[in-house]
Design a protein around this ligand. Structure first.
Ligand code: DGL
Length: 231
């Protein structure tokens, strides 16, 4: 059981930003990742559809890799399906929204927090709820940025075109006074440099993958599931 892998899923390459943080924090753990690029993007899809996809992937990873913990390394799928997957699966299930919210609350000084995410995540209101639960004084401005998913999938991360698209998308935050911006789609940390340039040096970026990895570590430790065998 302890040598069984941690399973992670996303609609595409974004989940790799979470996998990277899990591997950094827990180098002894085995991992398996599934990026559902055949059905990307998840952002515009219905809650029912994203829940079905998430369930299919969880079942596949249980059957074929015997995963000991499931990370929904996708904000859209976390918003749609976390509660249901936690109820259905016999292993711990971790999402990315609450860890990012906790991190944002610990980062902000002025309680003005921005979130960039997919349309599905923004529509769910889950980031706002989780940030508010972590910081009752917070005011949250959420903006859907689906074009950034396309840039990340095309590996167009540093070009003048990428900078232009990101700058246009982030113009919505002008005058909002945010001091913290949550990269609330797991694809977005791949664009961290152009995002930081667009939003300016005074706004701190939050990568929820870091806090998600910490949550995974805490659960594994708690449930005596850490891989201590070296296999
Ligand atoms: N990476 C996913 C997320 O964190 C979504 C990208 C998409 O498929 O639209 O929300």
């Amino acid at each position: 059981m302890q040598t069984d892998p941690i399973g992670l899923m996303d609609s595409g390459v974004g989940g790799l930003t979470v996998l990277k943080e899990v591997q950094r924090l827990l180098p002894a753990e085995n991992t398996v990742f599934l990026g559902d690029q055949a059905r990307l993007p998840y952002g515009p899809r219905s809650v029912a559809e994203v829940t079905t996809f998430t369930r299919q992937i969880a079942t596949y990873l249980r059957q074929h890799a015997n995963i000991k913990l499931f990370v929904i390394a996708c904000n859209t799928a976390t918003a749609a399906a976390l509660t249901q997957m936690q109820a259905e699966l016999p292993v711990p299930v971790v999402g990315v929204i609450a860890p990012g919210a906790t991190m944002a609350a610990a980062t902000t000084a002025n309680h003005q927090i921005g979130v960039i995410a997919t349309a599905g995540t923004v529509k769910s209101g889950q980031s706002q709820r989780d940030i508010f639960a972590a910081d009752a004084q917070s005011q949250v401005v959420s903006v859907a940025c689906p074009q950034l998913v396309t840039l990340a999938e095309q590996n167009d991360l540093h070009s003048a075109h990428a900078q232009e698209v990101v700058t246009q998308n982030l113009a919505a935050f002008k005058g909002t006074g945010i001091d913290t911006l949550v990269m609330g789609c797991t694809h977005f940390p791949l664009l961290q440099d152009v995002i930081q340039t667009a939003i300016g040096p005074d706004v701190k970026l939050v990568n929820p993958g870091v806090a998600t990895a910490e949550k995974v570590a805490a659960i594994l430790k708690d449930q005596d599931l850490l891989n201590v065998s070296g296999q």
